[in-house]
Every structure is written in C-alpha cells, then in structure tokens.
Design a protein around this ligand. Structure first.
Ligand code: UDP
Ligand code: MG
Length: 343
C-alpha cells in the first residue's frame, strides 16, 4: 500500500524522557512445542535487539507445549530479565496466544514473529523503520517463502489475492506473522478464532497506515509445522465475516438487504414469468409450471434474509452500546480538554 503517512510516532528522545525504563520494543513469540528452537532463536534475537539501543522485552507465550519448551522458557527468563513469559494452561491456538501477549506487552512498538526460526530477527531493524516515518503497521513479505509449494505457498497466494481484492489491503503476504505495529492500533483490535492473520486488515479499518517490506524466510529445521492445507480453507471461510465486519458492522441491513433484495427480485421475476405464461395461454396450469416453485422459494429466501438483516441491526446495536464501542477512532485531539464527568 502506498498511502502517505501523516502522524509521526514519538521521537526516541521524547519517549525516553517520558519513560526511561519501560520497554520501547516488545517482541511477541507464540510457542507451541518449539523446545529446540527457543535458545538459538533467543540468541539471534538478543544479538539484533542489543544493536537497536532501545529498551526491549522478549515476551514468550507458551501455548500448552508438552515438549519441555516451558522449562527452556523458564531458564531463559532466569538468565535475562528482558525475557518475560506467559504460560497458558493448555493449547488455545496461535491467535489466543498472541492475544495473551498483546494483553501483557508493555512496548510502544510491538513485533510479532513465529518462534520456529522461520522468521529472521535480522529483519527487525528494517521492519521498524517505516514506523518512524509515520506508518502504523509494517508487514513482512516472505518473497522467497521456504514452505511446501502445493500445500502452503500456492493456497496462500490465492488467499492473499482474494483478501486483497475484498478488503482493499493489497499487501502480498497477510499470513506472514513477522510484522511490526504501533501499540495504539492493536489496543483497538479484538482477535477471535484464527484471525491473527488479518490484524493488518482490522488495523486498516480503523485508519492505520499499512505498508510492507521484504523479509527473509527459512525452512523449518526443528520441530513440526502445526498447520496443514486445511489452514487455507479456514482462511477462505473467514472471508465473508471479514467483509461483514469490515464494511457493514454499523449497517448490516445494507449487507443483508442486498442479498435479500436480490432473492426477492428473482422470486418476483419467476412469478411474472408464470403469470405471463398464463396470459399467453389461458389454459396453462400455473401449478404445473416448475418456475412457480422457484418463485416461492426465492420469495421465502428473500424475506428470511431481510429478517436476518433486521436481527443483525439489533445485534450490532447491542454490540456497540453494551460494550461502549465507538463507531469511530480518533487519531489526535487538538485544544480539547478531557471531558468533565458529573459529580
Ligand atoms: N503456534 C502456537 N499455537 C498453536 C500453533 C502454533 O503458538 O496452536 C505457534 C508455533 O509454535 C509457531 C507459530 O505459532 O511459533 C507458527 O506456527 P507454525 O510454524 O507451525 O506455522 P507455519 O509456519 O507452518 O504456518
Ligand atoms: Mg512456521
């Protein structure tokens, strides 16, 4: 995406005077049975992060590993106070692990990456550079992806193309976990199911400026991949939800209205054709015309979908009002005092 950025992030100096000790960078790593990858990954990461001269934390989120990863995480955390960890009670999935990490990370800049060493920590300096130029999300693009072509690379290319078309976020690699985010963007994003791949899209909806850079990608050398080809189908199943959430969350009737209206129109056309036949040939029997069935079917579908639209309108009101969710996101306030509350 080549939209021009407008708001610069805090300059390093400004940030340091505000808060000398809190981490500026948080690197979040979901871990599920990656025992052999953890120490080499930590060493690679530390080598890169130490060169950046920013306070940082490495936040490991153990997602129910059974292979000794937890013991390794404890050992790393004991060695270096910059290593912090969250141990989940069981395997909740990568998205839930990432959410747990986001809930606890303290940095102003959050970097997500896989813990299997397929992403390369050496990309981090280049990844955070566009944030200083005013972008809010920088996505990695694994141009030379080192995964099986038929089961991973090809389905992901097709999914990326469809997602780009549907959402308007035209980056090459939505599935690449290695991304950098400004903290305030992620504070307004909720993740469910396996939607961590869509964080850039959720960010785009609330006005984040998204860009991408090429990153390295390595074959997995230790441990096993946790996903199969079914992953791409799941991504496709999430797409209708993406469209509904992205464009129609505050006006679902426009979404369901179009579909319901289309069905009603089809029903009406079928009914007209039945009447026309009767008009041309007064002896024709309408109940012997199969199109009559179609007319009834389409009309019923149309009414049902319109009613679902009405229900969705009610649900979105409950969603926004019960959780006091805003239908807008503010980038900056100028000359406004914090609102006075009534005593
Ligand atoms: N992962 C996780 N929970 C899961 C599945 C995966 O925390 O239920 C982690 C895994 O340890 C790795 C990252 O998510 O750090 C990506 O997983 P994987 O490498 O298996 O995915 P692939 O690269 O094969 O798509
Ligand atoms: Mg991997």
């Amino acid at each position: 995406m080549d939209r021009q950025p407008s708001t610069p992030i805090l300059s390093d100096m400004a940030y340091r005077t505000m808060n000398e000790t809190a981490p500026y960078l948080s690197v979040l790593l979901p871990v599920y049975n990656e025992v052999d990858n953890l120490r080499p990954l930590y060493e690679d990461l530390k080598a890169v992060l130490d060169t950046l001269h920013h306070p940082y934390e490495i936040l490991l989120i153990d997602d129910g590993s059974q292979d000794g990863s937890v013991a390794e995480i404890r050992a790393l955390a004991a060695e270096n106070p910059a290593v912090k960890a969250i141990i989940l009670r069981r395997n909740f999935g990568q998205t839930a692990a990432i959410t747990a990490g986001l809930d606890h990370a303290q940095g102003q800049i959050l970097i997500l990456m896989d813990a299997d060493r397929q992403n390369d920590p050496r990309d981090i300096p280049a990844l955070i550079k566009p944030l200083a130029q005013g972008f809010d999300i920088v996505s990695g693009w694994r141009k030379n992806r080192q995964d099986p072509f038929l089961t991973s690379v090809l389905p992901s290319r097709i999914a990326n193309w469809i997602i780009g078309k549907l959402t308007g976020v035209r980056i090459h690699d939505h599935g690449c976990t290695l991304k950098a985010y400004r903290r305030d963007i992620l504070e307004n994003v909720s993740l469910y199911g396996e939607t961590h791949r869509f964080i850039s899209i959720f960010g785009h909806w609330i006005g984040a400026k998204v860009t991408e850079i090429e990153v390295h990608h390595h074959p997995r050398t230790r441990g096993k991949s946790k996903y199969s080809i079914a992953k791409s189908f799941k991504v496709l199943l999430d797409l209708p939800l993406l469209i509904l959430l992205g464009t129609y969350l505050t006006r679902p009737m426009h979404f369901f209205g179009k579909i319901g209206g289309g069905f009603s129109l089809l029903g009406f056309l079928c009914a007209c054709s039945v009447l026309y036949e009767k008009w041309v040939d007064p002896l024709a029997k309408a109940h012997r015309n199969p199109i009559l069935l179609l007319a009834v079917f389409f009309a019923l579908m149309g009414v049902q979908i319109l009613m679902i639209g009405l229900l969705a309108e009610l649900i979105t009101r409950v969603y926004h009002e019960s959780q006091q969710k805003k239908t807008y996101f503010v980038a900056e306030k100028i000359g406004l005092e914090p609102k006075q509350t009534q005593p």
